[in-house]
Design a protein around this ligand. Structure first.
Ligand code: ATP
Ligand code: MG
Length: 261
């Protein structure tokens, strides 16, 4: 660990019944980094992210953000200390505008009852933050529309804006590019790289390896819950155990397809 270390994950294990979804994983994230967290389906990426954010409780291990221990804290306390995350499945509040979805997130960083804050008090500050976050992710023109009519590309950006509105030190993104066409994926990847250059440290979980290789500075690879590689993207992708993990996943996908046919 150096003076520049923002997140330190040490020996995290998450067990679901007999399955170790995350198995003794350790890694650091440096201040200002854009780190890719990759691995085949079911490798444990989302579960590791949930352990970092406190959505699931790790069976063992420790998590530090700067010099603060996060281990054992509930999610809202971790958000207050500087974490924010976007989810693999986008689930905006359908009854309020795109802008208010982001304003609600801005409020949640400061109060335990953001909905109350938005409905009953002067929320100008939250709406100002929300508007600038929508601009930052390129969907300001949709601010006053309802989420229900938005295409996936806008909803994915809304999810990033919601997380950013909590003004995090560390932003965790779970498959922000999933479901987008290649042009949309490239422009959102550019936006993510730009947010990183503006000073936000990011952990990016993604299956789109082309975009991951293009924008990430370092990769951590999980397979069957274990951390099998950690290093510069090109070096990591050439390592035999990483190739084997992806090849194994392709083979089992082929088998599933054959069985389904
Ligand atoms: N709440 C849960 N209860 C039981 N098992 C779970 C739970 N969540 C995840 N798992 C299992 O843990 C393993 C890791 O799942 P996880 O969702 O973390 O993988 P992932 O790397 O995010 O995969 P993907 O790339 O498909 O999103 C899988 O075998 C999954 O079935
Ligand atoms: Mg996942």
């Amino acid at each position: 660990m150096t003076a520049n270390t923002l997140l330190r994950v040490k020996g995290i294990t998450v067990q679901f019944g007999g399955l170790k979804a995350v198995d003794d994983v350790s890694f650091d994230v440096q201040q200002g980094e854009l780190l890719g967290l990759i691995g085949p389906n079911g490798a444990g990426k989302t579960t590791l992210m949930r352990a970092i954010t406190g959505v699931v409780t790790a069976n063992s291990g420790s998590i530090h953000l700067g010099d603060q221990a996060l281990t054992g804290l509930p999610t809202h306390q971790r958000i207050r200390r500087g974490l924010a995350f976007s989810q693999q499945l986008v689930r905006p509040f359908r009854e309020i505008s795109v802008l208010d979805n982001v304003a609600l997130a801005a409020g949640s960083a400061h109060t335990r009852s953001p909905l109350k804050a938005l409905l009953h008090t002067d929320s100008t500050r939250e709406r100002d933050i929300a508007r600038s976050m929508l601009e930052r992710v390129g969907i300001a023109q949709h601010a006053d529309q309802m989420p229900g009519i938005q295409p996936l590309g806008v909803l994915k950006r809304l999810e990033v804006a919601r997380a950013l509105a909590q003004e995090p030190k560390l932003l965790l993104l779970d498959e922000p590019l999933a479901g987008l066409n290649s042009r949309e994926a490239t422009t959102l990847a550019d936006t993510i790289a730009q947010i990183n250059r503006q000073g936000v440290t990011i952990i990016l979980i993604e299956h789109n390896l082309g975009e991951v290789m293009r924008i990430c500075q370092r990769l951590v690879v999980l397979d069957n819950g274990r951390n099998i590689a950690n290093g510069p993207p090109r070096e990591v992708m050439q390592q035999p155990q990483v190739r084997a993990a992806y090849l194994g996943a392709e083979k089992s996908a082929d088998i599933t397809e054959e069985q389904g046919a």
